[in-house]
Structure formats: structure tokens, C-alpha cells
Unconditional design. Sequence first.
Lengths: 384, 280
Amino acid sequence: MVGQQATGVQDISETPWLDKDADSLVRIKGITKKFGEFTAVNNVDLDIYQGELFCLLGGSGCGKTTLLRMLAGFETPTSGSILIDGIDMSEVPPYERPTNMMFQSYALFPHMTVEKNIAFGLKQDKLPNSEIDDRIDGILKLVELQDYKKRRPQQLSGGQRQRVALARALVKEPKLLLLDEPLAALDKKLRKQTQFELANIQEQVGITFVVVTHDQEEAMTLSSRIAVMDKGEFVQTGTPTEIYEFPDSRFIADFIGSANILDGQIVKDGTDHVRVSTELGEIYIDHGQSIKEGSPVWVAIRPEKIHLSKNAPKKSGPNQAVGMVDDIGYLGNTSIYKIRLADDRIIDVTAPNQIRPKNRTHLITWEDKIYLHWDASSAMLLNK
Amino acid sequence: MNRNRSRFLSIMLTVGLIFLYVPMILLVIYSFNFSKLVPVWGGWSTRWYSVLFQSEDVWSAVLLSLKIAVINATFATLLGTLAGLAMVRFGRFRLRTLFGSMLVAPLVMPEIITGLSLLVFFISLKQLIGWPTERGFTTITIAHITFSLAYVAVIIQARLTGMDQNLEEAALDLGAKPFKVLTAITLPRLAPGMVAGWLLAFTLSLDDLVIASFVTGPGANTLPILIFSRIRLGLRPDINALATIIILFVAICVAIAALIMFRQQRRQELDEAIAAREMS
Ligand SMILES: Nc1ncnc2c1ncn2[C@@H]1O[C@H](COP(=O)(O)OP(=O)(O)O)[C@@H](O)[C@H]1O
Ligand SMILES: [Mg+2]
């Protein structure tokens, strides 16, 4: 039942958001939501395409749930409009929208069994009983809960409740599935495992998902695209790679992953590169927007993109620095090195674990003098 | 020291229980007294029970009280549930705070005042529209509904506030229209609160003497009114018998309620045990 739709989406390009002619499934135009004087969502524009797994990522209270609830029809936008499949949703009540929602609290009906919970939505559509039964069997198989039909929600573990909630929302095969922090209530190990399951299920059913999360790792693993929200606004929208590798603001560089952020000034803005003078010496970046020479900017470098060496470089040049190992954090698979520069500035560097019992001599250790260098493509230029 | 403390506590508990129950036990014993004079023991007998069962005005008072209590409980539950729903679910409508405090005012209003004001109300109503023509069953029932619905509304409000509001939204989201959400989700979730409210309204009505005395008319005696008017002429053994029957009735109700609560708790514990097994 549910799997059939998957075939329909294969001919759609992998990156419909780059295609100017592609029709979006959801079009959000200038949407704003105020609660009294407080603006929870501020003038947001967004297109979401069929088959996407779109993440809304942001800290607590930044308006993610409010945006999702406007899509579901539980909150009325103060201004702006939402179109789903080209139809304006402003006059459409929640029970007539082609969307289903999985609530953060799961909101399973406590006085109904798993089976009745899932059947509830299908019964509202007046489907014949035989079809309802088939669909329930299909969806329970998908979430691997075939043997739990007769249980009540109170008799299930957290992970099982989560899957019932997912099944109940999926079984109506909505055009758009809205998930509010679907994994937040699970413990860490289960959450990791369920992330992949969720992505797999989405791929199998081919339904467009909008997932709200405050966990950036979750957003990175799951999504086709991410919109990072802050104080009710979209800060940046893009694929996980775009957002990680090409953050367009200081906020994003800092919020997603970790980064060493340096103040700098444009020295030269060439056609295929820029040169920036910073506390770390001159930095040469072989990509970047065109920025007026002399204007103040920031340069961000991810800790894993900096290479450490105990030997001095053969020739001096840009993208190099020297410091002393101030501290080492051992994380098992990787280690974090805190490198203290001459001006007492600390630069974070991560490197894969290199401890090998046989050649300890190569180990970088406390108080070592150490040389840093990075590729011309590794530094990120930020001007806001 | 600890032992002293626990001894002190158990003594206090015993004293408290004695204060509570000795009067009732005495009442039950004296209801089986043969003697016509209550304080004089004349040997065991059930003669006052037969006197009671033959007394027609006692029967009619019992019937009147039960009739009023059932009608009151039913209407108070309906109206109180609606009021509770309005308070919790319909968001911030105009005058909501005023409505909310007016709704609970009867809980703290002295009964004398409630009774008096209702009497004034019925009398002026009669002058205005000629109804109610005579005071009695109708006026007592209306009076009881007005104050019991406040209690029901409070119970329902508490239950609604404790209920996950997302349940109703989830039902809407799954395609149920608002009325369907009310009948399929909200009301089933409220059912225990409504049962509790019904029972409370029923008891409040059965128990009420003050308000009923104000708004009753000639010939309409509820059970409390009957008992009180008879006792005023001196203690009577047949009233002791009546009181004993009421105690028995209440005891049975309490036992049933305790059993239901016990079974609910058992079920919850079982559910938790099953869920815990699923975790591992
Ligand atoms: N019904 C409401 N009334 C008033 N304020 C609200 C309401 N719903 C949400 N808010 C406020 O809007 C902000 C955003 O809330 P929400 O969308 O739930 O954030 P998030 O899901 O990103 O944590 C919060 O500051 C919250 O207090
Ligand atoms: Mg939220």
C-alpha cells in the first residue's frame, strides 16, 4: 500500500530546489505569527519539494513548532500564506488538510489500542473495513509492530510508542508529514538507531517529511535540506553539506559543528581567491564572494580541517601558523588539541586518534611546539 | 525517641478515629433499642425499622430526595462539563476571568446566602412571569443544580487541564471533525471526571438541608428536612433507624468506589510492568 508511492518519485531530480521550473509541494510565502506583541515566526519564505526530508533546525523557543503548527492548521498565520500542492490553505481546517502530524508528545489515544489508534484516521475517511485492516497490517509491518495490535499505548516502551505515532500519521498517506521532534523523547542510543530507520521509512514511502529538531547531528543525518532558524527567522537554508561547508554567517558557522572564528580584513579580492589578514597571519581562500577590499570580515576554520605537524613547513606562506599544545581532549576515535598561539589565542584542532602502542614517538603531546596548516579551500569567509 | 514519636502518632490516630466513629456506632446501636426513649436501653429490637418502613412520609421524603438528587446530578454534570470545557478549551474569550470566578463562587458562598438569594429569585420570578407557581420539587432541583454544577465544573476543569491537549489536535489532524473529536476523544477522556462529578452532585443534593429549607414549599419535604424537623421535637428511635440505613448505603458506595480505584491502580501498575518489560 504505502510502498507503491516510492516508484512515483524516482524520476524527480535529486535536487529539485535548484531547478527553477520545478513546482514545489509546499510554498510558504512571507509567513508571520505573532502571539500578542511577541513574534514567534517572522516573515519566513520557503519552498519544499515532493520527496524531500526537510529539517527545521534551531534552538528551543525559536518558532519551529509554531511554523509546523501553521502547516498543520492549528495556528492561523498573522500574515502570509501557505500553499500545499498549489492550494491556498488559509481557509482549510486541520481535518481537511492533506497533512498529518506526529506530535512531540506522540498524543496517542490512551483509551484505544494500537490498532484502533491507527484505524482512527482511516475511519474518518469512511474506508471499507477490509481496506482499513490491510492498511493497518501494512503499516505495522513497516514499523515492525505486527504483534502489538491489541496493546494499549501505556503498555508500550518509549520507542514503540514513537513508532505507533509514526504509523498513525503515515497510514493516511498524506502529501506532507509533519514531525515535531520525533526522536527527542528517546534515549541517546535508540535515537541514533531510529534516525536511520526514520530516513529509511521516508525513502520507502516517498512521502515528503518536514522534521523539526533542535539536534544538529540529527538534522545532518536525516535531511535532504535544512533550514536553520533563530528567533523566528530563517538564517540559512541548504543541504547539510552546504550548511556545514559554506555557512553564510558567523551564527551558522558557530551553530553547526564547531569552528575557529577569526576577525580579519580583506587584503586582496582577486577573481578566484581572496586574501585576508587575521590574527593567524594571512589566509588565502580559493573561493568566496566578492567583498570590497579593506572591509572587516570573519574567517572560520573547522577544527578537523587544520593539519598538525611537528616539523616546520619547507617554505613560509599563507595558511600556516605555529603554536604550542596547551591541552588534549581524548575522545576515543578522535582527539581535540587546544593549540596556544604566540598571542595566547587558542585554536581547536581535531585529528583522528593516532595512538599506536608501537610508535609512541610520533605522538603529539603537551607543550610540544606544533605547526598548523590548512588548504586554501578549507577556510570559510563570512561577512555577517 | 523515634519509637515515642510513632507511639504518640498512633495514639492521636486512635483518638481521632474514636471521635469520628463512636457517635455513629452509638447511633447504630440505639437504632436497635426497644425503648421509645432514646437514651434508655430497653433491649435489642428491630421494631423501629418496621415503624420506619410503614411510615409514609418517610418513604415520600426518600423518594423526593432521590428524585431531586438524580435529576440534579444529571443536569449539573451536563452543564458543569460544558462550563468546564468552555473555560479550558475555548481559549481566551471575553470576560473569561469573570466567568471563571463567578463559576466557582458558589463553592465559597455561605449556604444561607445562596438559599436566601435563590428564594428571593423564585419569588420575584413568580411575580414577573407567574412561574414557578408553587415552591417544592422544581425549585429545590433548580437550586441544587445551580450550586452543584460549580463543583462539577471544577472537577472537569482539573481533568481537562491535566489532559494532553494534543490528543484533540491529533484527532482533528487525522480528519475528525470537531464534534467527532468531542465524542470520540474528549468525552471518553472526561468520563471518569464526569462520573465523579455526578456522584458528588448526587451526594451534595441528598445532603443539603439549608438551601432546600429556603426554597421548599408546603408539603415538599426532602429527607434532610424531614429528619431535621422530627429531631427538633426530640430524639426519636425511628430516625436512628433511618440514619443507620443511610450509613449502610454510604458505606456500600464508599466500598464500591474504593474497589474501582483499586482496580484502576492495579491496571495502571500492570500496564507499567508490561511497558517496562518492553524496554529491556
Ligand atoms: N500559544 C502560544 N501563546 C503564546 N506564546 C506562544 C504560543 N505558542 C508558542 N509561543 C511562544 O512562541 C515561541 C516559539 O515557540 P515554539 O514554536 O514552540 O518554539 P520551538 O518549537 O522552536 O521550541 C516561544 O517563545 C513560545 O513561548
Ligand atoms: Mg517545539
